[in-house]
Write a protein that binds this ligand. Sequence first.
Ligand code: ADP
Ligand code: MG
Length: 349
Amino acid sequence: MSKINLGIIGGGQLGSMLAEAAKKLEIRTIIYSDDTNAPAQNFCDDFIHGHYSDKEKILEFINKVNLITYEFENIPYETLNEINKKKPVLPKPSINRLIQHRLAEKDFINKLNLRTTQYASVEKKSDLDSLNDLLPGILKTLTMGYDGKGQYPINEIKDINIKNIDFSKGFILEKKVKLKKEISIIITRFGNNNYEIYEPIENIHENQILKYSKIPAEISENIFNQSKEWATSIAEELKYIGTLCVEFFIDRNENLYVNEIAPRVHNSGHLTINAYNISQFENHIRAVCSLKKIPLRKLSNAKMVNLIGNQIKPYRQNMQLKDNEFFFDYLKKEIKDKRKMGHITTLTQ
Ligand code: ADP
Ligand code: MG
């Protein structure tokens, strides 16, 4: 058994899959979550329940681990920064702070000369009056959004009055991109110019929630190369350690845009568990724990379907699977609408 005790903040499906990958590498995992029903407790070696600002509980967690990583970005910066004074936190807290804030994230991407949609900061309702050029657009909370939460499509200025939007929080208004396609790149960086990158993944969202992913993505060679280059330059600029995902838009004129960065493993990369020799989860663990980097090898094409809400039910009742189908149940206690409950990956020709 290795001597590494890895702390993971967050106890959802990504935490579960990280813990499983760590087990394979004989690394012990201790998960910290604010959810008493966190599904990752089924997969880790030790579990601590506490709020993300509970200093005592966090200290108990720090004392049990050698280093810490996280499965989601909405963790208070102060918490990650305090932890980092005692034990290494990877990816670095400053990276998480940058990316969890949509405006700072977009400014950062533009500074790298990479394209994003046009956007503007909205601090109060009247700021919208001068932003007609960004319509139709999407108003998004600056922080804490995921799976389309905290987003309001705005077609015309008068839409603002219909919607009950609390302007005491900060917002960003993004011009809507006329989407042809969405893709993502998953990259694991181990150090300077030392990384493994997965091929572009094509994604389809329904109601702003990821529904389908597949490789190969049906994209031009140009977009294939450009998306990999952009993701690599983002990871290098951040001096990132671990697995990172960049979500992209492709518009109807074949322009590539960075949509957002996830400083963590990502739902669109679930198919890497079955389609590659090393999954995005194992690569993340290898990178943050300074283990050996193994050359990435694709084993098969694949597609993944998210099971949202009730869609999990038939699969839980012993649905027959073919040899090339892999069912994952996140073991969430309660089935909820719009909640990701599991997924199926199918290996394809
Ligand atoms: P989340 O943090 O919830 O993933 P995203 O900003 O990635 O938020 O938005 C979720 C989805 O909503 C995107 O994958 C895309 O389908 C759609 N979307 C968001 N912003 C835009 C935009 N500016 N133009 C077109 N579609 C968008
Ligand atoms: Mg997204």
